[in-house]
Structures are given as C-alpha cells and as structure tokens.
Design a protein around this ligand. Structure first.
Ligand code: FAD
Length: 516
C-alpha cells in the first residue's frame, strides 16, 4: 500500500504543474453500479467534465458520474459503496458547480455525484416573521436569490459570486462583505438534510443531530452530502448605493475598515481590495462597477503606487433615498480616503449581488475564464496584518499581481465555533485573497510565478509566526491538516469515524484516505 501511495503522490505532483488527466479506474465499477435501481442515471463513458474545476490544474477522472434525480439515488449509491466495504477502492465526491481550485470535488477512479441534477426539494420560500427557504444542496445561489426575490426576500449572507451551489459554499463557509453583520453563510442555516458516508438520509439542526449539523457546516464534504438546506431570509432592499474610495495609506485603510465593521450604524456590505501597479483601474476591478462620474474615475492615475480600495454599499428602497444619502454622507465624513477618489453608483440589489458574473461573461468571451487559477485565500489575525502587508505588498509582490487581491476584516463573534470552519483565534481577522489567473499564452510562466509567490507568502507567515489559517484550504499531508485544524482536529477526526467510517466521502480534499 505504501508503494501505491507513493505512486499516487508522484502522479499527483505531475498533475499539479501540467494539468494532465489521470485515470485510476476499476473495470468492474460499471457492472456493479448498473445493478442499482435509480430515478436518475450513471454515465460511465464521458467522465472528463466531472474532472474539471475552476482551478484548472488538477484533473482526476472518476469511473462513473451519477446524475441523481432524488435524494434516494444519492443514498443508494453511497450505501452501495459502503456495503462493498474495504474490498473496493471506490470513493464518492459530491460535485456542486465545480468551482474548487485543487480537485476537491473530484474522486479519482470513484463516483462523482453531479449535485446540480438533483431536483428535490424544489426551492420553496416560507414567509412570516422569520422567513426561510428550503433549497436543494445542488441549487445555485443565483437561483436561490431569484426565487426569494419573488417574495421580496433574500438570504442575508453571500459570496461575491453566485454561480456556486448551496452545498459547495456551506462545505467551506461562504463569505463576502456582509459577514461582519450576519456571519458567514454557515451561520445562517437552520437545518440540513444530509446523506452520510453510510448512505443514511439524516435531518440535522441545532436541536436534532446537532453534532452532524455543525460538523457538516464548513466540513469540507467529509461527513455527509448536503442534499437540502433551510436558509434564513430577510426583506430584500430594491436598490443599493455602491461606493468605492481609494487610499494610499494602509493604516488608514485598515483602521477605517475596522471602525466601520464595529460601528452600530454602518454600511450593509464592506470589502477592501489591494491594487498593485494598475493602470485603467476601474476596468481591472473584478465586477460591474460603473461610477456615476466615469470621466473623473478614468482620469485617476495611480502613478505606479499601491492603492487600497474600500468598497461599501448601503441598501435602500426608492422612497428612502434622502435618509440613505444622509446616512451615507455621515459615514463617509468619518473616513480618511484620498478626497478626489469618491466614486458612487446606484444599482438594483440583484445587479449588485450578481456583479462578478458580468466579469465572467466578459472573460469567457475572451477565453480567459477557463485558465489555471492558482488562488490563495488566507485569514490573517488583525494584530499581524501590518507585518503581513509590509512583507507581501512591499517585498513579495512589489510591482505585480496576476489578479484581484481582496483584503477585508471579519469578526469571530459572528462565526459559530461548533462548526468545522477554521479561523484565527482573534476577534478581528482579515481575509486576504490572492485571486490570480494564469492564462495559457504565458507558457506556464505566470502559473509557476504565481505558485512561487504563494509559497513565499506561506513561508513568510510560517517564519514570522503569523497564525494564518487558509480559507478553501489545500494540504497534501495529514500533518498539515492536523496543524490546520489545531485543537479541533480531534473533533474533526472523531466526526469522520462516526459519519463516514470507511472514508468514502470527498477524497479530493486529501484529508483522510480509504484504507483498502
Ligand atoms: P464544488 O467545487 O463543486 O465543491 C466544493 C467542495 O464541496 C468539494 O469538496 C465537494 O466535494 C464538496 N461539495 C460540493 N457539494 C456538496 C454537497 N452538496 N454536500 C457536501 N459536499 C459538497 N467563496 C466564498 O466564500 N466567497 C466568495 O466570494 C467566493 N467567490 C468565488 C468566486 C469564484 C469565481 C470562484 C471560482 C469561487 C469563489 N468562492 C468563494 C469559493 C467557493 O465558495 C468554493 O470554491 C465552493 O466550494 C464552490 O462551490 P461549488 O458549488 O462550485 O463547489
């Protein structure tokens, strides 16, 4: 087995740099799975689409792809694999919209479940004093939003990009500029339905099967497949005031962000970006922001300086626009941005929330969406953000970056420490997200450069003793995973032994390995 593991590791290393497609299939798989009676179906021939992800660097072919129509289909498939026991190498991965970065939704030689095929439960909104919505784990957030808006409602906490599935983001955390108010998406779920690693269909919530409920939230797909989620809703505003201001001073930028996230009366959404040596600033931002004063905005010249952009929104309905403008004016008067850099826009709530999709459409049309994405997402404790910025923006990335860099604060008190999500041990910590693209025209040069920069950043954090935690974590050894989870590793491993004792689920995270 050791030899098998070393061989696997070698293949894995090769795939990291060259994105080769790897086959580890078992010829008996189709005949054994064909015996299952399903509402949906398996496909055995073209499994290559299920082996693709947004990261575009890892591609492990599965032996079969399940297109489930019902939760019973998912349960039957997992139960079947569970009953085969350790005599079979088969594993199972739920695949949401495949926006993972390093093959996390892939199952080498195993079964990938295309969660978007799952058609139950139908998305249903429940109005009332505490409105909520039930959605399938394979539903895209954009569709959840469109359905809830029909009732004048919307989920409270978002990701920047909505073409991700409910099960996919709840397996991580789901974060954006609303987290400081509502917590991540995993703090806004009342109940889940889950298929465990034994194929059992279990309902769970804070009151019922609470250990499984909290384990699955942020659980990287390790304890069960989320087949449905009950998501908290709030009244949806019709419009948002969307504002961007620029800073050249990092201290003012971070102090203003921290002040805003702790103030009682504040914006509804707050994020920051780092802009390194950018010209045509506005075109380079990753969204559809069109300021009311585009000429002034396009004339602003960064002169090669690193600039920091603070982005905020205030929700409003058309009849509240005067009050909203007053509140915004008061808040802006407390900030220390470069005075000539106040850019404003007003858009519908839907347009704001779906803003990154506009860039996706543009990038796709230029063949720049399906390229390698060596992203690195880090949570940095507030007390070390200056050390981090000095080294990373001053030395490691002094004059280039291959994509947007997000930098904004979050507060621990809005996260539930019973979930599996891992965050730093400080009340305020920053998300710093290096969202690099490596277009193929650069002959691997930009991919290698970005990967090297990521390594340098991680090395620096380690040497400087910065207690960084990766978001959307990627590790290849158990030791690294143990260090990632720290004190919560024991709970994580215990939950695995209870809910997925044969380690069938989500092998692409490379945390546990099925002991065949
Ligand atoms: P997949 O990539 O298909 O799956 C992710 C993991 O979850 C895999 O391990 C998979 O096996 C598992 N999984 C999938 N479905 C289920 C299920 N139903 N039950 C159990 N496990 C499951 N994240 C943020 O928090 N905030 C952002 O603003 C944000 N923006 C993004 C923008 C882009 C353009 C991209 C590509 C990613 C972004 N992400 C963001 C990251 C994103 O939330 C995660 O990559 C998420 O996992 C992707 O969802 P998916 O449906 O594509 O999941």
């Amino acid at each position: 087995r050791q030899q098998h593991n070393i061989g696997f590791l070698k293949l894995f290393v090769v795939s990291v740099l060259s994105c080769v497609t790897l086959h580890v299939s078992d010829p008996d798989v189709p005949s054994s799975l064909k015996t299952l009676s399903l509402e949906g179906h398996f496909s055995f021939h073209d499994t290559s689409d299920a082996a693709k992800d947004f990261g575009n660097r890892f591609r492990f072919l599965s032996s079969a792809v399940l297109h489930p129509k019902s939760v019973a289909d998912i349960s039957a498939a997992v139960k079947h694999v569970f009953r085969m026991g350790l005599s079979s190498k088969l594993t199972v991965a739920a695949r949401g919209h495949g926006h993972s970065l390093q093959g996390q939704a892939q199952a080498p030689g195993g079964i990938v479940i295309q969660m978007e095929s799952l058609r139950e439960p139908e998305t249903r909104v429940h109005v009332g004093d505490s409105p909520y919505l039930d959605a399938s784990g394979g539903e895209l957030w954009i569709d959840v939003l469109l359905e809830s808006l029909k009732h004048g409602l919307a989920p409270k906490s978002w990701t920047d990009y909505l073409h991700l599935t409910v099960g996919g983001t709840l397996s991580n955390a789901g974060i954006s500029g609303q987290v400081f108010r509502h917590g991540p998406q995993i703090s806004n779920v009342h109940q889940l339905q889950v298929v465990t690693g034994e194929g059992e269909i279990v309902n769970c919530s804070a009151e019922e099967n609470a250990d499984l409920f909290y384990g699955v939230l942020g659980g990287l797909g390790q304890f069960g497949i989320i087949t449905s989620a009950r998501i908290a809703l709030e009244p949806a505003p019709k419009m948002v005031k969307w504002i961007r201001v620029l800073y050249s001073d990092f201290t003012s930028f971070t102090e203003d962000q921290e002040m805003l996230i702790s103030a009682e009366k504040t914006f509804d959404y707050i994020e920051g970006f780092v802009m390194i040596n950018r010209t045509g600033l506005l075109n380079n931002w990753r969204s559809s922001f069109n300021p009311q004063d585009p000429v002034q905005a396009s004339q602003f010249n960064s002169d090669g300086r690193i600039l920091f952009c603070l982005e905020m929104t205030k929700n409003f309905n058309p009849d509240e626009s005067d009050v909203m403008n007053q509140e915004v004016g008061t808040l802006l008067s407390k900030l220390r941005y470069i005075p000539s850099t106040l850019f404003r826009s007003e858009v519908s709530y839907l347009e704001f929330l779906d803003r990154v999709h506009v860039s996706e459409v543009k990038l796709r049309s230029q063949g720049l969406w399906e390229v390698p994405h060596p992203w690195l997402n880090l949570f940095i404790p507030r007390t070390r953000i200056h050390d981090f910025a000095k080294e990373v923006f001053g030395k490691i990335l002094p004059d280039s970056s291959n994509g947007p860099i997000l930098l904004y604060p979050l507060n621990k008190s809005k996260w539930d420490n019973r979930t599996s999500a891992v965050i730093p041990d400080e009340e305020v910590f920053y998300l710093v997200a290096f969202l690099s693209s490596a277009p193929p025209s650069s002959d691997h040069a930009s991919l290698e450069l970005a990967l090297k920069q990521n390594d340098k950043i991680l090395d620096f954090c380690e040497k400087a003793g910065i207690q960084v935690k990766q978001y959307l974590p990627h590790y290849t050894t158990k030791e690294e995973w143990k260090a990632h989870f720290g004190a919560s590793w024991e709970i994580f491993a215990r939950r695995k032994a209870i809910y997925d004792p044969l380690a069938i689920l989500t092998p692409g995270q490379r945390i546990f390995q099925k002991a065949v």
